[in-house]
Design a protein around this ligand. Structure first.
Ligand SMILES: Cc1cc2nc3c(=O)[nH]c(=O)nc-3n(C[C@H](O)[C@H](O)[C@H](O)COP(=O)(O)OP(=O)(O)OC[C@H]3O[C@@H](n4cnc5c(N)ncnc54)[C@H](O)[C@@H]3O)c2cc1C
Length: 389
């Protein structure tokens, strides 16, 4: 089978098939849009069907779910709250498992600002995993490693998208008492290729390589949804939700989400023992919990999830709430994000046009008042051209 033979709307790129193939006949390769898909080496494949059997899409819902219990909360540790995407619950869960001598598994940036899943074993490495990276993470090697640690009795916290959590469940085939699976409310993952093009544009403008990327930077407030990028020469870029072209393309225009995210079957199943999210609308429900520095929504789906949350509760400022209160302003809990109407055109042109031009054309220029000097200049040029015609 080649990449083209895979039904792209169905494949989440979780990589479980790579892990289960005993013949090492499957590898993941990026397609033209930059998303990873399995490619089968026909020479090695014996048609045993194990990959299809273990594909999370073919498996039923997770078991052992209890009536969900929901909370609004944030970490009492100011540094944790400020440096996390929402209220820092992931960090608190990680601290607990690491203090038991276990492993925390999540997504980290590679040197080139792609994203991959990795494990940490000490508290000082938590910043590597902390914070949302809104692009697809490469998970192909992690499931087998997690299984190895679990079999040795190591406590493991696994955090990832709902589909990655489903992939781990299907790969393991059995419940482990020493595993806590944590997913998050997920609107979908963006193309790593598009993200790289966006960073290339900024690196050329700032004349230096990127040093750090932080989505939902809180300097100007969590509700601003700012992206802060620093450069090796000391340069700093900041773009608000409606100014930054990557965030607008990702959040507002749905230009470059993975095709399977538009029909995600996992988005409201609460795959994990614990489901995390941003508590949008918290200012209306529990205004006392809105410090504009990030409030988490937490949904506990299993007794294991409840026990893990009970343990970290003293380290949180928290209040009970209903899951419907979390849903009110988190629309992707209700339905998967619809593909933007310019998605196809965007990807048709991505290899021949610079990112800023595509963003200007397809990511709603009306909202980009002066987001980028090049957009501004090309806007002026267009007006002048129009005046001459
Ligand atoms: C792609 C994506 C889409 C999301 N969409 C929504 C949404 O629509 N609504 C909502 O309420 N919340 C969404 N979230 C979740 C939210 O942004 C926070 O991650 C969550 O609330 C946890 O915040 P925290 O402060 O507890 O922890 P943080 O410190 O922010 O921890 C984030 C955790 O997620 C893991 N992670 C980060 N990036 C990725 C990735 N690319 N793939 C897999 N795992 C990753 C990290 O390793 C870490 O374990 C999304 C997150 C991601 C990564």
């Amino acid at each position: 089978m080649t990449v083209n033979a895979i039904q792209k709307e169905k494949c989440t790129g979780c990589g479980a098939c790579v892990c289960v193939c005993v013949h090492r006949a499957i590898s993941m390769e990026p397609d033209q849009e930059g998303f990873l898909y399995p490619v089968i080496d026909r020479e090695k494949c014996t048609d045993c069907g194990l990959c299809l059997l273990k594909c999370p899409l073919s498996k039923a819902k997770p078991e052992n779910r209890t009536e969900p219990e929901a909370f609004a909360c944030y970490s009492r540790d100011r540094e944790t709250q400020l440096n996390s995407t929402s209220g820092g619950v992931f960090t608190e869960l990680a601290i607990a498992v690491l203090s038991d001598g276990g492993a925390a598994v999540g997504a980290r940036y590679t040197e080139n600002f792609a994203v991959e899943h990795a494990a940490i074993f000490s508290e000082e490495d938590i910043p590597l995993l902390r914070q949302s990276k809104y692009l697809q993470s490469d998970t192909q090697r992690i499931y087998a490693q997690v299984q190895e640690w679990l079999k040795k009795g190591l406590p493991v916290l696994f955090c990832g998208t709902p589909c990655q959590n489903a992939a781990l469940r299907c790969f393991l085939r059995k419940e482990y008492d020493n595993l806590i699976r944590c997913d998050f409310i997920c609107r979908g993952v963006a193309s790593p290729k598009v993200f790289r093009k966006y960073l290339d544009m900024l690196e050329s403008d700032y004349r230096a390589p990127v040093q750090s990327v932080q989505f939902k930077n809180k300097d100007a407030g969590w509700h601003r949804f700012g992206t802060r990028i620093t450069f090796q020469n000391g340069g700093v870029y900041y773009g608000g939700r409606f100014q930054d072209p990557f965030m607008t393309g990702y959040l507002e225009r749905n230009l470059f989400l993975r095709p399977s995210c538009h029909q995600c079957p996992f988005h409201c199943l609460q795959e994990g023992d614990i489901t995390l999210g941003d508590f949008w609308g918290i200012e209306k429900i529990h205004p006392e919990l809105d410090t504009d520095k990030g409030t988490s929504a937490v949904i506990l789906n299993t007794s294991k999830g409840r026990a893990a949350f009970e343990r970290i509760k003293p380290r949180l400022v928290w209040a009970n709430c209903g899951t419907d209160e979390i849903r009110t302003e988190n629309l992707c809990m209700e339905r998967a994000a619809k593909a933007g109407r310019n998605r196809r055109k965007f990807f048709e042109e991505i290899d021949r046009r610079p990112f800023y031009e595509l963003a200007e054309q397809y990511a709603s220029p009306s909202k980009f008042h002066g987001f980028h000097p090049r957009t501004f200049l090309s806007g002026i040029k267009k007006i002048l051209r129009g005046a001459q015609e």
